[in-house]
Structures are given as structure tokens and as C-alpha cells.
Design a protein around this ligand. Structure first.
Ligand SMILES: C[S@@+](CC[C@H](N)C(=O)[O-])C[C@H]1O[C@@H](n2cnc3c(N)ncnc32)[C@H](O)[C@@H]1O
Length: 287
């Protein structure tokens, strides 16, 4: 089996248990030293054959797969493989060549950057959408029309900008284009090597973003987050834990009480068996 494993954002303990298991039992590991720190390879068996894909082409990598039809192969991809992971072309090869494969999800740098900031990216009444995007950059031909940063800016949602740190002025200009939902005072953050030992976190504004991003000196392994959800303000509380909001697992509280259902055993969370709990408001999803 060829396992496309999400290596997480960098910290070796942000690999999933399944990813760790696959690494520990792999005969062959292909990893990109440019994106995944060597420490993640500590989970690899001592006798595994390790290839660094940093200098390899897709054809080189597929050549390794083809040469070892019966091996357990792990292809490590930074963060989560589904985000700018370039796994689809490898999956297509597996399908065309009858090679079994699996994808093991990983912790994306999106989550790691939000964690470094100590922020939630989706706040009630502020932002209920997170747009994962990038500047077109050197791979402009890959960018479909109407999907540039300036196309998303009018929404004013939380924006996670990957792969764009080398173009700070271009990023600022796209964020502040005509009709943008952001202004020079909109909060922004630069997270360099989230979860790595030398992680850098800079909180800034869209107006100062270009200068502050350039000042980090980092052009790779940088995630830029933008949007009003990053503001250092108290958030409106969510419906999900509001005593006045009923949902499948909790009744609405009556005034003067703190919870809609009695505690079943002090200190424990009541365990509901799916299908046995009456739906208090059938068909609604708590927000
Ligand atoms: C080829 S993409 C891979 C993204 C990856 N699949 C993920 O889920 O994070 C590489 C880009 O992801 C972002 N990135 C990956 N790891 C990061 C980290 N630890 N800290 C900040 N940004 C990171 C950067 O924007 C970098 O240029």
C-alpha cells in the first residue's frame, strides 16, 4: 500500500497516531526535507529506505513506487495532504496502475497557525467562512479565473493565504483592492513555521502587513491570516452553548437555571447513544 500521510505542520507530536503507525511500519519513506522537519522521521523504522523528494520530480517519485510494487510506502506531505499537497497526480497514477493507496489526514498549518495565535477563525456575527487561498505567483497558470485574493476580499471572511510570503506588496494590494471587505485597520497575522521550535508569530493589520511580513525575512513556510475574527475583542457567544438555544442533546434552560438537563453523574459528561435521545428540534444544526 502507498500511504499519503499528513506529516502535520512540523512538530513531530502533531502527527496523527495513524500517521505514526504507518511511518513505523513503512519499508520506504519519501519525504520533502524542504517542507517537513527531519524530526518527524524519528517515527520511521531504523531499516526503512528514506528518499528526500526535495530534488525529485514527480516521475522520480513514481519511479520509486513502480520499483517497489509490494513495499509498504509512506509518502509524507506537510500539514494535511488535501491542501496544496499535490497528491491527486499520485493518486491518479495509483489508480491507473492498480496500486492500492490510502490518505492519512494530518494537522494543517491552518490549524497550527490559529493555535499559535490562540484564535478561533469562525466567530458568530463576524466570520462564518474561512477561505483557503494563495497568490497566483509563479504558478499563475494554475489559478482559475475569479479565484484571486482580490476576488475573495469583498467577502470580508477569514482568509488563510498560503504560499505567498515572497510577495508581500502584491498581497497587500490584492487585499486592499476596489470593493474589498478589508481596510488598512483590519487585523492580520503572519505565522512563520507554526509549531516548529523557531516559530514566529506577528500580529499586525492589513495596512502594515507588507512591511511586517517582509521584516520577518521568511518567504516559505509562512501562513498569513486576515480578517476581523482576529481582532482582539470579546467575541459574541455561540448559540451552541447558550442556555436559550435547544438542540438534539440539550433542552432549552428555564429562566434561573443554568442547564437544560440534569447532571447524570457529577463530573461526567452524559453519554448519549445515537438514536436513543429524543430530538428536541429535529433537523436543526446548532450554530
Ligand atoms: C505546499 S503547501 C502545503 C500545505 C500543507 N498541506 C498544509 O496543510 O499546511 C506549503 C505552504 O503551507 C504553509 N505552511 C506549511 N507548513 C507551515 C507551517 N508550519 N507554518 C506556516 N505555514 C506553513 C505555507 O504557506 C507554505 O508555503
Amino acid at each position: 500500500v502507498i500511504s499519503f500521510v499528513g506529516a502535520g505542520p512540523g512538530a513531530p507530536d502533531l502527527l496523527t497516531l495513524r500517521g505514526c503507525d504507518r511511518l513505523g511500519t513503512a519499508d520506504i519513506v519519501v519525504w520533502a526535507s524542504s517542507l517537513v522537519p527531519a524530526e518527524v522521521l524519528a517515527h520511521t523504522a531504523a531499516d526503512a529506505l528514506v528518499h528526500d523528494s526535495a530534488s525529485m520530480t514527480l516521475e522520480d517519485v513514481l519511479g520509486v513506487y513502480a520499483a517497489h510494487p509490494d513495499a509498504a510506502i509512506v509518502r509524507l506531505h506537510s500539514g494535511d495532504p488535501s491542501v496544496y499537497g499535490a497528491i491527486q497526480e499520485q493518486i491518479d497514477w495509483c489508480m491507473a496502475n492498480g496500486r492500492p493507496f490510502e490518505v492519512v489526514p494530518g494537522v494543517s498549518s491552518l490549524g497550527a497557525a490559529a493555535a499559535a495565535l490562540g484564535r478561533e477563525l469562525t466567530l458568530p456575527g463576524v466570520s462564518q467562512s474561512v477561505v483557503i487561498t494563495r497568490l497566483a505567483g509563479r504558478t499563475a497558470a494554475s489559478m482559475p479565473p475569479d479565484q484571486s485574493v482580490s476576488d475573495y476580499a469583498p467577502h470580508g471572511a477569514t482568509l488563510a493565504v498560503f504560499l505567498s510570503a515572497a510577495r508581500p506588496a502584491e498581497l497587500r494590494d490584492e487585499l486592499l483592492g476596489p470593493g474589498s471587505g478589508y481596510g488598512p485597520d483590519t487585523p492580520a497575522a503572519v505565522v512563520v513555521r507554526a509549531s516548529w521550535p523557531d516559530e514566529v508569530v506577528v500580529t499586525t493589520t492589513v495596512g502594515r502587513l507588507a512591511d511586517d511580513l517582509a521584516a520577518t525575512g521568511a518567504t516559505t513556510t509562512v501562513l498569513v491570516l486576515v480578517g476581523p475574527a482576529l481582532a482582539d475583542l470579546p467575541a459574541a457567544r455561540s448559540h451552541l452553548y447558550s442556555p436559550t438555544f435547544a438542540h438534539r442533546f440539550r433542552r432549552r434552560s428555564t429562566p434561573g437555571t443554568t442547564t437544560g438537563r440534569p447532571a447524570i453523574r457529577s463530573g461526567t459528561e452524559p453519554a448519549f447513544r445515537s438514536g436513543t435521545e429524543p430530538a428536541f428540534r429535529s433537523g436543526t444544526e446548532p450554530a
